[in-house]
Design a protein around this ligand. Structure first.
Ligand SMILES: *Cc1c(COP(=O)(O)O)cnc(C)c1O
Length: 363
């Protein structure tokens, strides 16, 4: 059998049709494409962290229940006592666990779109159909269309990113409740950008049978550690936990996150700085002729360029040393849209002046 026939014969057609997740080459560029936090610990904090890691035993498997870490997360993120908590190797892994537990052929996952690209990818990989419910023109959730789609498709899971990536807007907790009542499946409230937004559903986690609240430490400044967590009713979280591979959270991550949580104020302080800078970046983009920036409650700003110029301006920004995310082509509603991650004052200023220059180039 040649390689080709092996692939055609055995690899699921839905996998053959996928492309592997692409990460742009950022060498030598100011990297503003992935919502990473630009701040790093000073020498004192780094030295304390390394001392802590020096005591970690690598010959042993990690604590499979990560008890100490779970207790610290509960305390620091005010997880309601009655709710259960499940850890993932990034929140991407938690989405995959939910899909493995409730998804599969003949079932539907659904989200107001455009939204986080991994929802569709993970639904597809696990054999689910994915239904895209268009948002309103300002990217707010079209509640009526969403409720109608839920009624029509009876989804096993509805994803609500609050705030949403890549649009930056949040959603009303009252809407989450409405959707939860209308849906027989899971409503997954993805709060990846909680650090930059006031709204949360966490205080109500565990009170509704079908709602799960998900957070990640990635956008807060620990993307390299890969830790996300899911909070919800004990019965439902217990079922999803059966899908989890043992030891999914490695020892170095467990120890490092415990250390970081003891210094959570440091991260919260940086998040506040990013929120202030976000408002400056938003205003600077919006003051440029022909560009619309969308209001954001996350650590990035989505903006739309004049028709037909999105990719040209993206290339011109690269040529000027700044990497953002080009969303043109990612979804019908994102034509000529780019997304910039908010960073330090210096990097934000470099971006704003590169954008002004790129606009001139593309004239
Ligand atoms: C970045 C992001 C995630 C994934 O975060 P990880 O924990 O790094 O896997 C999940 N949801 C949304 C909406 C995101 O933007």
């Amino acid at each position: 059998m040649t390689d080709d026939s092996l692939i055609e014969h055995w690899v699921h057609p839905r996998i053959q049709d996928l492309a592997a997740y692409q990460v742009a080459e950022a060498q030598g560029l100011i990297k503003l494409d992935a919502m990473e936090n630009p701040y790093i610990w000073d020498e004192t904090l780094r030295a304390q962290w390394l001392k802590r890691l020096a005591a970690v035993l690598l010959n042993r498997y990690p604590d499979p229940e990560a008890r100490a870490l779970i207790e610290a997360l509960r305390r620091r993120f005010a997880v309601p006592g009655a709710a259960a908590l499940l850890l993932g190797n990034g929140s991407d892994e938690l989405i995959q666990m939910v899909a493995l537990a409730v998804g599969g052929p003949g079932r539907v996952m659904l989200a107001p779109e455009p939204s986080f690209s991994m929802y569709r990818v993970i639904a597809t990989i696990t054999g689910c159909d994915y239904v895209d419910v268009p948002r309103c023109a300002d990217f707010s959730v079209d509640a009526e269309a969403l409720l109608q789609a839920i009624d029509q498709h009876d989804p096993c899971c509805v994803f609500l990113a609050c705030p949403n990536n890549p649009t930056g807007n949040s959603c009303d907790p009252a809407l989450v409740e409405k959707v939860a009542h209308a849906c027989s499946g899971i409503v997954l409230v993805d709060e990846a950008y909680h650090a930059f937004c006031g709204d949360t559903f966490m205080d109500r986690a565990g009170t509704l049978d079908n709602v799960l609240v998900m957070r990640t430490l990635s956008k807060l400044g620990l993307a390299g550690l890969r830790l996300g967590f899911l909070v919800g009713p004990e019965v439902l979280v217990g079922e999803i936990n059966k899908v989890r591979l043992p030891y999914n959270i490695n020892t170095l991550t467990q120890a490092s996150v415990e250390f970081a949580l003891a210094h959570l104020e440091w991260f919260e302080d940086k998040a506040r700085a990013i929120c202030r800078a976000r408002d400056d970046v938003y205003r600077a983009i919006n003051s440029m002729r022909g560009i619309t920036a969308y209001p954001s409650q996350a650590n990035f700003v989505l903006f739309r360029l004049p028709t037909g110029t999105g990719s040209t301006v993206f290339d011109a920004l690269c040529n000027r040393g700044v990497l953002v995310k080009n969303l043109h082509g990612a979804h019908d509603a994102l034509s000529d849209c780019l997304r910039v991650t908010v960073s330090t004052k210096e990097e934000n200023e470099a971006f704003v002046s590169a954008l002004a220059g790129a606009l001139n180039d593309s004239k």
